[in-house]
Design a protein around this ligand. Structure first.
Ligand SMILES: [Zn+2]
Length: 460
């Protein structure tokens, strides 16, 4: 008996341990893990000597080909960046009616899911979708059950100053409907009116330099939003997931509501663990994201709360803009968002493992297994036999200097420009097929598939 592929000679990392072992892959599935002598022969033998064998990274927060100004990135380009970054599953967003251009006011969330799935037909890596609920009207709640049927089991709402923000009253009602269906409520939490007030103050003062941007969305506004959202989530009994936690004050609030550890979960993003607001001096509006980059003390707090489990996932919030949109004099004329999916694994490896001594199993938990389990993808983020052979071969000793010129993303800049980090992706496999090898994407566009997600079980 033979199998398609044996990966041998490397150190495999699971959420709980590291061990020298080989991995057998057949028909896109991991069939066995153990000593090579105990495994069947592989038609292809991949020598992973000196490398870590990790589950593919699951990034549950990316924006691809979403708004008109964002057409710099397509599924083909952004999933190529993911493949080079060791990211084998993305969770993107489906909007009611399609893109954030909202041209069709009558089209449903299900139409939006079909629209985004069609865009994803050129993906190199697998992808799922969150549904976004931005239309504040009662019919919106009728769109939840069909979306779940289509494999979209989490729903995002924005409490924000964006044009897609909804009221707390609507969020409260949405949480009850989402709870009834046992799905996940995903929240962007920044208090909108305080942010608006701060922004107009800075505008009046003429403080348009990007270094001043973080002052328009201070840390307490994020904590205020989190407190309101968590209070409503607790009352509704919904599974609650807070996106892009950036500061100590917000993490403190999340921790206070995690009384039994089961219904409240939260992520931070790689950039909040690696950068503070001073990076605006070098990269200007390219680092203009919301919530904003904050202080070194907040960077330290992200690791503190990751260690305690209050924060259990690290994502990117990847979003693409050409520098032509970002290269404007005043930050308030720039769109929000930064691309980073290609850099997330090496940067977080450097910051967490190399600089702060966190373990490889920790890295696998927050970047692979926790996001997969949180969002109902039992086939992903694990090296257990019987699951998808989504695997990253990672060289922890190779150092690299990040340069935007090597972006596979259409984004022409990087918030990590010039940073030297320890660790590099050697190869990435999606369902047993090598999609990235060194600096090259080697799969055909369309290798990636849509992942129909289950309703996640958060009881364990
Ligand atoms: Zn986002």
């Amino acid at each position: 008996m033979t199998v398609d592929t044996i990966i041998t000679g490397g150190t495999i990392v699971t959420p709980g341990s590291e061990m020298e072992a080989s991995v057998a892959i057949d028909d896109g599935i991991i069939t066995a893990v153990g000593a090579e002598s105990a495994l069947p022969r592989g038609e292809t033998r991949i020598d992973a000597s000196g490398l870590l064998v990790l589950p593919g990274v699951v990034d549950p927060h990316v924006h691809i080909d979403e708004v008109p100004a964002n057409r710099a990135g397509t599924y083909e380009t952004e999933s190529a960046a993911a493949a080079l970054g060791g990211v084998t599953t993305l969770i993107d967003f489906a909007w009611q009616g399609g893109d954030r251009s909202f041209e069709d006011d009558e089209a449903s969330l299900l139409d939006g899911i079909k629209h985004k799935k069609a865009k994803g037909e050129t993906s190199h890596v697998d992808f799922g979708l969150h549904g976004v609920l931005h239309r504040e009207r009662p019919e919106t709640f009728d769109e939840l059950a069909p979306a779940i049927e289509a494999g979209v089991t989490s729903f995002k709402l924005f409490m924000s100053t964006y044009d897609v923000g909804v009221s707390n009253g609507f969020i409260d009602e949405a949480f009850r409907h989402i709870a009834d269906l046992d799905a996940v409520g995903v929240l962007h939490t920044e208090d909108p009116t305080v942010c608006e007030q701060q922004e107009s103050r800075l505008r009046k003062e003429g403080r348009g330099d990007p270094v001043d941007y973080p002052d328009s969305r201070p840390d307490y506004t994020e904590a205020m939003g989190a407190a309101a959202a968590l209070r409503m989530a607790e009352e509704a009994g919904v599974k609650y997931y807070s996106v892009h936690t950036s500061c100590r004050k917000a993490a403190e609030v999340i921790e206070a509501f995690r009384t039994d550890g089961s219904r409240v979960r939260a992520e931070t993003c790689t950039h909040y663990t690696a950068l503070d607001r001073s990076v605006h001096e070098e990269v200007g509006n390219d680092a203009m994201i919301a919530p904003p980059l904050r202080s070194q003390a907040d960077v330290a707090a992200m690791f503190e709360y990751l260690k305690r489990g209050t924060l259990s996932v690290v994502s990117t919030d990847h979003a693409v803009y050409h520098s032509s949109f970002k290269d404007v004099d005043q930050w308030w004329n720039s769109p929000y968002g930064a691309n980073s999916v290609q850099r997330s694994l090496p940067v977080f490896h450097h910051e967490a493992v190399v600089e702060r001594g966190f373990s490889y199993p920790f890295l696998v938990r927050v970047m692979c297994s926790n996001p997969a389990r949180t969002f109902g993808m039992p086939q992903k983020g694990t090296l257990e036999p019987g699951t998808d052979a989504d695997i990253v071969l990672f060289d922890p000793n190779k150092t690299q200097t990040i340069r935007a010129e090597t972006n596979a993303s259409n984004a022409s800049t990087s918030i990590y420009e010039g940073r030297e980090v320890a660790g590099a992706v050697d190869r990435t496999l999606v369902r047993g097929t090598v999609v990235a090898d060194g600096d090259d994407v080697v799969s055909d566009p369309g290798h990636g598939s849509f992942v129909e997600r289950e309703l996640p079980d958060w009881s364990t």
